[in-house]
Design a protein around this ligand. Sequence first.
Ligand SMILES: *Cc1c(COP(=O)(O)O)cnc(C)c1O
Length: 478
Amino acid sequence: MTTVPAQSSQIYRSILDVVATVEPRIADATAQELSDQRASLKLIASENYASLPTLMVMGTWLSDKYAEGTIGHRFYAGCRNIDTVEAVAAEHAEALFGADHAYVQPHSGIDANLVAYWAILSHRVESPTLKRLGAATVNDLSESDWEDLRREFNSQKVMGMSLDAGGHLTHGFRHNISGKMFSQHSYGTDPETGLIDYDGLRSAAREFKPLIIVAGYSAYPRRVNFARMREIADEVGATLFVDMAHFAGLVAGKVFTGEENPIPYAHIVASTTHKSLRGPRGGFVLATQEYASAVDKGCPMVLGGPLGHVMAAKALAFAEARTPAFQTYAAQVATNAKALAEGLMKRGVHLVTGGTDNHLVLMDVSNFGLTGRQAESALLESGVVTNRNSVPRDPNGAWYTSGVRIGTPALTTRGFTAAEFDQVADLIAEVLKSTTPAVGPKGASKAKYVIADGVAARVNARAQELLDANPLYPGLEL
Ligand SMILES: *Cc1c(COP(=O)(O)O)cnc(C)c1O
């Protein structure tokens, strides 16, 4: 990571002093968070470190403006600066991804998905009720009109990747709003290879006839062939919606090209900005011309007023992602993930699909006699921050799990190389081999564990050496 501009330390010290005049505990927690982030080996696949300009612009009065509506067409007066901010962010996003249209208002990845779902429903559902009512206002609807409307929109079908295969809650999981809005049928992975079974997906889609096919994942360690996804969608008349929340940085950084780049194949794409893309916490939607005007109705149909300060930060992050330096970063994220995967496998750690070709790795820790929860806790105690995750057809369910998900975007931002990721693999393997389930009166625990004496301290010390060699925001001193 490059050294921060000299004045940054003074700026942040002053900001924290001002914050402390209102509530010192918030100033303290903010400062502590930087120390904690610096001191942890962050392998959480969905996290990263945004640049200081991106963080700085969020602390401004752009937050104070209401700007419901779209650029140049707002429900509030006095929006010219927010218009500029939103237009610049959209311009960078369109150029970065080569998309027809970008909508940068969504507040998070889930909000972006809801905008996408709503845009598809409003564009695709032929509602006899709305047609019959014509220009009638809401007040003219009878109780039975309302019932008809809800029935027409709620009977739609979506097909997404199942949660235990690596899909996201919003892809139709039964406890999520998406599973209640839609009738859903999920697709999984092949039990032998762990890869998406496109032929199985195709025959299921032919039978189920979904309105929407969702491609994208949170815990699938492989690339997706979006050309094949689009072929299947076209065959059954479905809209192809790609949720690239996790891997947007690899698309932006031109690691995923050709049939692995979703933009030319999807009708609509939603994403976060804070994962591999390394921007502020937020979301956005990319759309073909066909869906552009439906997407623009995100606020106020699905979203609250846009966050001007965050759209400004998105503009900076998109601009940063258009540089050659970001392409180098994205390529390194993938190289590092391979080094991490190979380092783990050669030390006896089992990986779902037997490797990775994106930014994440899903370990199956059951051969160590551990649950994901025990492995996650033992690693945390040793200074390695990960998150437990179910593996396909997980016998331990979604709470204890049998897997641990790790990823390379954050530590690659700090400057970690492939050789250093091999060291990270060594630390992880050492902890897993040295941990056993705690045994109580009722037998082996699924949560409690014992680490062999001295291992946690030794791993912590080695992790600290790696972190010290790759400082976070070097030069920033509070
Ligand atoms: C992280 C993620 C989301 C949700 O993003 P939030 O910003 O937390 O709302 C949606 N979809 C996928 C695939 C994700 O990985």
